[in-house]
Design a protein around this ligand. Structure first.
Ligand code: DGL
Length: 275
């Protein structure tokens, strides 16, 4: 009886949401680590960006999306968006009783483990930096850690428009990183879904000796651990019939086009929905 129940639960999809396309960097890491997990993704393309919106607005949007995903019978919810993870997790955890994870804690944990000198940089959207979510998560693990933060608003459009490895991207990155690179940091958290696409220019700005932490990658590792612990790893293979599904709140063309860059593969199953 309990075996049947667990098989039934394990075959459910993982829900992932983001303000738009950026969360596909998290999907990429999830698919790499957990290739047989079906993902139901929601990208709020009609209301992106979240990075400059108020806490109340982001919590409201996050709840709406989580209700939508819960109706798809997900077994776990991954908040791929750093701006949403920064403010929405407590509310989401109060409303829904499945495992829910954001990207902040896994990123912070990995940074603390990697840092030798306890000087850690954090870059993210205006909202993520203003919320101090990474700083709080880092200090919770080690109260003595020094945290230096910088918002990098222009990185999101640069990544979406494919300007990742350009001279302009390098100049913008150098300018942003200037404020934290003099602080002797040895670890830098990429605290935004889009920043892994810019990691080469960011690495150049900050110097080769600084370790970059990809919060999305760390989150995928944590998702795997949670599913294993709860015996929720899928026992079915993904197939033509049983594939991941992507929902967006605005027309899907741009999402499909840009997804190639974020996911390194073409997306077939993208649907527009109204929440
Ligand atoms: N997905 C967002 C994040 O990780 C970046 C884009 C936005 O501002 O909505 O913070």
């Amino acid at each position: 009886m309990s075996n049947n129940k667990s098989k039934d639960e394990s075959s459910r999809p993982i829900g992932v949401f983001d303000s738009g396309i950026g969360g596909l960097t998290v999907v990429k890491e999830l698919s790499r680590l957990l290739p047989d997990e079906k993902i139901i993704y929601f990208g709020d393309t009609a209301r992106v960006p979240y990075g400059n919106k108020s806490r109340e607005t982001i919590i409201h949007y996050s709840l709406q999306i989580a209700y939508f995903l819960m109706k798809k019978k997900i077994k776990m919810l991954v908040v791929a968006c750093n701006s949403a993870s920064s403010v929405s997790l407590p509310t989401l955890k109060r409303h829904f009783h499945i495992p829910i994870i954001g990207v902040i804690e896994p990123g912070a944990k990995a940074a603390i483990t990697k840092s030798q000198n306890n000087k850690i940089g954090v870059i993210g959207t205006l909202g993520t930096v203003a919320s101090n979510s990474y700083k709080k998560a880092l200090k919770k693990i080690n109260s003595k850690v020094n945290v230096f933060q910088q918002s990098c608003s222009l990185f999101v459009p640069l990544a979406e428009d494919g300007w990742n490895d350009t001279k302009i991207a390098q100049e913008i990155s150098d300018e942003y990183i200037k404020s934290i690179s003099g602080k002797d940091i040895d670890t830098l958290i990429l605290g935004c879904t889009h920043y892994p696409l810019l990691k080469d220019v960011i690495q150049k700005s900050v110097g080769e000796d600084v370790e970059l932490i990809d919060s999305g990658r760390e989150t995928a590792k944590e998702v795997k651990k949670i599913l294993e612990k709860k015996d929720l790893i899928s026992k079915n293979k993904l197939s033509e019939k049983n594939h991941s599904i992507f929902y967006v709140s605005d027309f899907p063309h741009k999402f499909t086009e840009v997804s190639q860059r974020f996911l390194s593969k073409e997306l077939k199953h993208v649907h527009k929905v109204k929440l």
